[in-house]
Write a protein that binds this ligand. Sequence first.
Ligand code: DGL
Length: 274
Amino acid sequence: MTNQTKLTIGVFDSGFGGLTVLRALLPLIPASHYIYLGDTARLPYGSKSRETIARYAVESAKFLHAQGADLLVIACNTATALALPDLQQALPIPVIGVIQPGAEAALAASSPSSRTLVLATAATVQSHAYAEALTALGLHATEKACPLLVPLVEEGWTNHPVTDEVLKIYLNEALAAAPNAETLLLGCTHYPLLEPAIRRTLANLNHPLTIIDSADATARATAKAVRRHFPNAAAAAQPTCTFYATDSVEKFQRLGSAFLGHPLGEVHLLDLGG
Ligand code: DGL
């Protein structure tokens, strides 16, 4: 990037859940070009080993860097939890994850020493990245793996009786393990798409909780990094976006447009190998 030119921000997720982070970034850092990559062909990351997640995430991140990204946002909790140090080591640009901003958002919404219930993929839960980040901030954490939620979101079933039933089972189990939880942290970038269904299910279980997601907090952390690393970036311009998916561009376009509230435009098909 040269002085006063538009900053290019790479945004990466295993699917289109990371659009929740892109949606928060657009109004906060409008004078940027965004390159979004959803590694849909290799999703879900959340049921894979640390080595595989790190390899996929580093390959995806290197692609975004090669496309001109000046800074990278890992809009995927699983990739952040399992591979943030690998990504920061592999790339010569600032790399921002979602876990620390998510934990800080939980802190801001919680009373001191209270318990946060974290819903996340199996890999994120096994890494205990959230428990560590929340404990370091003086909070207690109970983590619950919800492996069926990502496929339901990727199917577009965000408002569907099957999803409601699955949520009821997961939330009942989670609340039995953490009856005194005060906040519910959505530890997967796909889950904000289920927020109305989660809210509805909690109301039916007569157990309302404050729901937190890391998208806004991650966007704020990114804005701070932009000010620090790129003080001369252009301040006024409309955002522009380029989208890549590694599978089914039509589905990405359809579900992603509905979610962002405007057409995504062309989605490029990308082959990152197996
Ligand atoms: N978006 C990923 C996350 O935030 C989950 C999707 C997956 O399992 O690949 O954890």
